[in-house]
Design a protein around this ligand. Structure first.
Ligand SMILES: [Zn+2]
Length: 340
């Protein structure tokens, strides 16, 4: 059903700081979203409904039942089909705003593909759940002078920060190194859907300000909010830190991909194998795997169960192996059943 833009966005255009001019700018805007889990779902939903013209959604994962409590773009059918999140998100957005041009990429953002996947956009939104990918986004964005918005939530707590290269601190100014030791994850600390939505709403609003050109309104702090304890704080990020590896010394170690390990996903007792770049024929592999366990596939994923492990394969050869956090076990399963 075609809906006139004047009607669809009427309440947003009445808001004076956006108005018809701001709405027209949003329609011309190009944004990349990395990660479409909890915060990513909320960000994608808000930006698409607000009328951002082009949205590139990059996500490496598929929908599972435990996502539905907080990942607002997905439903039970998506989880039943194990649909990749990027595909499910694009379908869902098409259902409520078919005017948005959504480009879905089922992929892990890596040093090898970052410049391609984050090309031709004016803003990058962080919907990821890990510092490794965030540092990669930070290096890429700072190297090109592109703004990006950091958003994270765990437990009842969320944080958000705008990174405006050359003007404000970057992620590495504030967190020079990935937090070491025991890091809270959704698995160890759980997560409240309301904490996700608070910070996603803050970040989506900052994105709208930036895209309509209301740059004096952009927040120049790292804001944190705990929806359970009501504690909140803001730390100034108004200036880049002298000596920062990334924005001062311009030493983009994460773009160079030094020492990238196999990745253990957030809170899922699983390991990702992403060393393969060879397309996989799902039909052929299904025949080959069926004597060894239960196997099924659709156009986007192949799932293979062999107790106590569950392997999910993507057409480019990437795999997520559930049931272990041992990369050697995951690697050997992959070598045995997919190929080495
Ligand atoms: Zn910096």
């Amino acid at each position: 059903m075609a809906i006139a833009s004047d009607e669809r966005y009427s309440r947003q255009m009445i808001f004076r700081e956006i108005g018809p001019e701001g709405q027209a700018r949003l329609a011309q805007s190009r944004v990349a979203l990395v990660g479409c889990g909890a915060t990513g779902s909320a960000l994608a939903g808000l930006l698409a409904r607000a009328g951002v013209g082009f949205l590139r959604i990059i996500d490496r994962d598929y929908v599972e039942p435990s996502n539905l409590q907080r990942q607002t773009l997905f439903d039970e059918a998506d989880a039943g089909e194990s649909l990749p999140k990027a595909i499910a998100a694009a379908r869902k957005i098409a259902g409520f705003n078919s005017e948005v041009d959504v480009e879905a990429h089922v992929a892990d953002l890596t040093p090898a593909n970052v410049s391609e996947l984050l090309s031709e956009v004016q803003l990058i939104m962080d919907g990821t759940d890990n510092f490794e990918t965030r540092y990669l986004i930070n290096d890429h964005a700072v190297s090109l002078g592109l703004p990006w918005i950091y958003t994270a939530a765990v437990g009842s707590y969320g944080v958000a920060m705008n990174i405006l290269p050359g003007e404000t601190a970057c992620l590495a100014c504030i967190f020079p190194d990935s937090p070491g030791g025991v890091v809270e994850t959704c698995d160890t600390s759980g997560i409240l859907n309301s904490a996700v939505n608070v910070v996603a709403s803050i970040s989506a609003t900052e994105a709208l300000k930036l895209l309509v050109g209301a740059c004096t309104r952009l927040r120049r702090t790292l804001v944190s909010y705990d929806v359970w304890t009501n504690e909140h704080a803001e730390v100034s990020t108004g200036r880049p830190r002298q000596g920062c590896r990334c924005c001062d010394q311009r030493d983009f170690v994460h773009l160079a991909g030094e020492g990238r390990p196999h990745i253990t996903l957030c809170g899922r007792n699983s390991v990702q194998i992403h060393e393969r770049q060879r397309p996989i024929d799902f039909q052929e592999l299904t025949l080959r795997l069926s004597p060894h366990g239960q196997v099924r596939h659709n156009d986007f994923v192949l799932k293979f169960w062999r107790e106590p492990y569950e392997m999910t394969l993507f057409p480019d050869g990437r795999a997520i192996i559930k049931g272990t956090t041992d990369t050697a076990v995951a690697r050997s399963l992959y070598a045995r059943f997919v190929g080495s």
